[in-house]
Design a binder for this molecule. Structure first.
Ligand SMILES: Cc1cc2nc3c(=O)[nH]c(=O)nc-3n(C[C@H](O)[C@H](O)[C@H](O)COP(=O)(O)OP(=O)(O)OC[C@H]3O[C@@H](n4cnc5c(N)ncnc54)[C@H](O)[C@@H]3O)c2cc1C
Ligand SMILES: NC(=O)c1ccc[n+]([C@@H]2O[C@H](COP(=O)([O-])OP(=O)(O)OC[C@H]3O[C@@H](n4cnc5c(N)ncnc54)[C@H](O)[C@@H]3O)[C@@H](O)[C@H]2O)c1
Length: 478
């Protein structure tokens, strides 16, 4: 191999998505020689086929919904929106395009990162090959993400189906969208397409929004069903048949079998981690196809100490904010040779249905299992002045308290996605309800709701005879 084809560097990052971009940017900011390899589009799933297009579509859908149902609350006539689906999708592409330069090769090159286009694969434990070049690095960071997992359902291979990788390329609105999977992708897209005028049927094999607190997911699902979305739980799909424009999903078998025919099918049944193209065996990097790269608590490969993994492929929670957090975390060992420890308990999860469902920390079920005796405090949005003024009073905040500490917070309601941020800090800092009762949120905001819920935790004190006696005693002194 000619010498020019061997690049020696400090850090080599494979995958320029949420995790890889953050690692490369941080390393470059400290002046550390860094190579970044990307085989497809810079920005990865989140920018191109994930968070960004889905949230842009949800925003358009929410506007249509507000026009159809939201205005009359304020004495303004509702109107049936004239949805130009092609224009809606152009808006989605426009949002991606507006963010793309931020993640693009010119910006990263200007930062000092050596970006190489192509698929990287290990050739030995300290070398990765891409596009005929060999990169020898002191440290490697695998940030190759995940892709849609398609279940082996009889007949599925024979029909045209959508996944998140092509969904946002649609230019015609599906008349009837069938959705396999009631996780965050399935639920968010079901509501968005329904609001844009498609009929939608969701088939969930187990429990929809299954990772959320039961009480809160129940509220969210009731709300989605009330809007007119057909969400079928415990719906084991036994076969799929048909052709473009007429696809039939059948659940159950024999006398129990039920079929629904729609025009389009979206498969949103979970993810497969991108480990296969990396030749990890050659790099002596142990992995499992289902759980990802075998890493220790500091995200370092257990078998090749030069290698770290961040993002979906590390097997932790599959979120952009988690990938970013992990990227920040491994800067400690990468740059300063300091230890790092991943904290999975401080990763929030939001399903961006409308209203959204947000959570941080333990569900009620998990907390009961772990702590036995727990306290639950709820405060409804209906008692918050801002929510009343805006006539968006659906939902509540739920605090899970164990051993005097807040261990979980769940919010279903308008702006839950924004409200949860405060509670992420509370959980990270191991706060008690009393830490929250003392701070002053502005009035009138939904942020006050959390303080009210925490204050409620101490409401029993007002009825405590010993405290009443103390107050009566102190009154004697003037
Ligand atoms: C529809 C959808 C909506 C989502 N919405 C949200 C949301 O609202 N909020 C949220 O937090 N998360 C959301 N997610 C999840 C989020 O997109 C992922 O968790 C996040 O992108 C993971 O980042 P990553 O760096 O691990 O992978 P990615 O961002 O996918 O990046 C991996 C990159 O590695 C590249 N790659 C793979 N193999 C190789 C190779 N051998 N050589 C070179 N390059 C390679 C890929 O091309 C890709 O660009 C959503 C996901 C989907 C699918
Ligand atoms: N708002 C967000 O943060 C957001 C949004 C979308 C995606 N994501 C990330 O992307 C990941 C993937 O999302 P997802 O919704 O595809 O996966 P998921 O694993 O979260 O949910 C998939 C659902 O499909 C069901 N399922 C599996 N096989 C099935 C079958 N044969 N028939 C019917 N149902 C079946 C599962 O029971 C599960 O409820 C998520 O785990 C999440 O981390 C995050």
């Amino acid at each position: 191999m000619p010498a020019t084809d061997l690049i020696e560097t400090d850090i080599c990052v494979i995958g320029a998505g949420s995790g890889g971009l953050s690692v490369a940017a941080a390393a470059a900011a400290f002046g550390v020689p860094t190579v970044l390899i990307e085989r497809d589009k810079m920005g990865g799933d989140c920018l191109n086929v994930g968070c960004v297009p889905s949230k842009a579509l949800i925003a358009a859908a929410r506007t249509a919904h507000e026009m159809r149902h939201g205005a009359s609350r304020f004495g303004i006539a509702n109107v049936e929106p004239d949805v130009d689906f092609r224009a809606v999708m152009a808006h989605v592409k426009g949002v991606i395009a507006s963010i793309a330069p931020h993640d693009g090769i010119p910006r990263y090159t200007a930062m000092g990162v050596n970006v190489i286009e192509g698929a990287g694969r290990f050739v030995d434990n300290k070398t990765v090959e891409v596009d005929g070049k060999r990169i020898r690095a002191r440290r490697f960071v695998i940030a190759t993400g995940s892709r849609p997992a398609v279940p082996p359902i009889p007949g599925l291979d024979g029909v045209p189906y959508l996944t998140n990788e092509i969904l946002f390329d649609l230019t015609e609105r599906p008349d009837h969208l069938l959705v396999l999977g009631g996780g965050p992708i399935g639920i968010e897209m079901a509501q968005a397409f329904h609001r844009l005028g498609s009929k939608v049927t969701v088939f969930e094999a187990q429990k929809a929004m299954g990772r959320a607190d039961r009480e809160m997911s129940q509220l969210a699902l009731e709300s989605l069903r009330a809007e007119g979305i057909d969400i079928r739980e415990g719906a084991m799909v036994s076969s799929v048949s048909g052709e473009a424009g007429a696809i039939t999903v059948t659940t159950g078998k024999g006398d129990e079998a039920q079929s629904v025919t729609g025009t389009h099918l979206l498969v949103a049944t979970g993810r497969k981690l991108n480990t296969d193209s990396l030749d990890l065996e050659a790099g002596n990097v142990a992995f499992d196809r289902r759980t990802g790269i075998d890493v220790d608590g500091g995200l370092r490969s257990k078998t090749n100490k030069r290698v770290y993994a961040v993002g979906d492929v590390s097997g932790g929670p599959a979120f952009t904010h988690t990938a970013g957090y992990q990227a920040g975390l491994i800067m400690r060992p990468l740059l300063f040779r300091l230890p790092a420890k991943m904290n999975a308990d401080i990763q929030p999860a939001v399903t961006y249905c409308d209203p959204p469902l947000a959570q941080i920390g333990m569900t009620e079920e998990d907390a009961r299992q772990k702590h036995g005796k727990i306290d639950i405090r709820r405060f409804p949005l209906a008692e918050n002045d801002r929510a009343r003024a805006e006539r968006k009073t659906e939902g509540h905040v739920k605090l899970v308290i164990a051993g005097g500490k807040i261990v979980g917070v769940h919010i279903f309601g308008d702006a839950a996605d924004e409200m949860i941020g405060f509670w992420c800090l509370a959980i990270q800092k191991g706060m008690k309800p009393s830490d929250v009762t003392g701070y002053v949120p502005p009035y009138p905001t939904r942020g006050e709701i959390g303080k009210r819920a925490a204050t409620d935790y101490y409401s029993a004190m007002a009825r405590d005879p010993r405290i009443r006696k103390l107050i009566a005693f102190l009154r004697r002194f003037g």
